[in-house]
Design a binder for this molecule. Structure first.
Ligand SMILES: *Cc1c(COP(=O)(O)O)cnc(C)c1O
Length: 349
């Protein structure tokens, strides 16, 4: 392997063990299938067309996304998941002279890409309550990535704070990763018409039940989107396959289904939060489809392992400041009942 990658620490996705059937609450997927039209659209006639390459621009999907978000088609790019669009953003906007910053506790892929692309990066510590201190991001003179709501804390910044960050760093790109925005935060997409340094990224993986299809999009001013497009055409022009493009279009047409689904997930989140706090858990205020919880007296790893032994997967991060916590994806009501019942047994053991 090349010398420069020998010490690279790759991203570690949530586990998918095959030894038994688990209730999977460890990667923030939706617990419900895609909408009926999406399922019907991936039919034999579309599968028969797989001998053809997909449309490299994703023109039809991009036009639908542009209409949906009231922006121009030149303001949208699609990618094979946000992870790919993030890679394009690192390539396009960051280098030795233009570093990047993000919180010390956030999506684990940001530092991996910074290392992979050899970009200087600063991890800005969250405050003790795991929230972002706004002034830490004002006038930093670096590119900035903020997940809003943040992961794995679920804590959201108000749009006014995001706007203050954008305004105070006019010469640098502010990338707002809104993977979870539809579960209870305010989107910065409307601000992309006002600021030329803002990029907003959304994924179909969480709030649109399509983690397995690999689809995401970025919205921003035309010059920034053009730069991302240049990276895409230098890396993988056919990055989103035919079936996924179709699924993405139909999902937008059936937005009502997803709105209802998210309302249901948020309701399940709130009832789970109540039950866990009755059992003595401490949690951050989640605006996402997961909760970040700790039980005083029980380590995060203990809780993770005890749940795994009982057939429930949650995510544990062995990082110093958050080792006491587990991140629990919100599943169906039935799955969360099972979770709470198993936790009650673990506590009284
Ligand atoms: C899940 C997640 C992503 C990755 O989404 P994909 O579109 O599935 O690649 C990006 N950012 C955050 C904060 C996430 O939680």
């Amino acid at each position: 392997m090349s010398q420069r990658f020998q010490s690279l620490e790759a991203y570690v996705p949530g586990e998918q063990p095959a030894d038994m059937e688990y209730i999977k609450l460890n990667t923030n997927e939706a617990p419900y299938p895609p909408s009926p039209g999406v399922i019907a659209a991936i039919n034999e006639s579309e599968i028969r067309k797989l001998f053809l390459y997909p449309n490299p621009d994703g023109t039809r999907l991009i036009n639908k996304l542009a209409e949906f978000y009231h922006v121009g088609a030149d303001n949208v790019i699609i990618g094979n998941g946000s992870d790919e669009l993030l890679a394009f953003a690192f390539l396009a906007f960051c280098d030795g002279g233009r570093g990047v910053c993000f919180p010390d506790i956030t999506y684990g892929f940001y530092p991996v890409y910074a290392e992979l692309y050899d970009v200087p990066y600063e991890q800005i510590p969250l405050m003790d309550d795991l929230s972002i201190n706004l002034s830490d991001y004002c006038g930093v003179n670096k590119n900035i990535i903020i997940a809003n709501p943040n992961a794995p804390t679920g804590i959201a910044l108000p749009l006014g704070d995001i706007e203050a960050i954008i305004k105070s760093n006019p010469e640098f790109v502010v990338l707002v990763d809104e993977a979870y925005v539809d579960f209870g935060a305010e989107s910065a997409i409307p601000l992309t018409r006002k600021y030329d340094n803002l990029l907003v990224m959304h994924t179909y993986s969480k709030a649109r039940s399509m983690a397995g299809a690999r689809l995401a999009y970025a919205i921003g001013p035309e010059p920034l989107i053009g730069d991302l497009r240049k990276m895409k055409y230098s890396f993988n022009p056919y990055n989103v396959n035919r079936l996924t493009q179709i699924a993405g279009e139909v999902a937008l047409q059936e937005n009502e289904y997803y709105v209802k689904m998210r309302e249901k997930i948020v309701k399940t989140r709130e009832s789970t939060v109540s039950r866990l706090s009755e059992m003595g858990f401490l949690m951050t205020h989640s605006c996402a489809n997961f909760i970040f919880a700790k039980l005083p007296g029980v380590s995060g790893y203990e809780l993770y392992s005890a749940l795994k032994a009982r057939g429930i997967l949650v995510r544990h991060f062995s990082k110093p400041r958050i080792a006491d916590y587990v991140r629990i994806t919100i599943g169906t009501d039935e799955q969360m009942d099972r979770l709470c019942n198993e936790i009650a047994l673990i506590r009284t053991r």
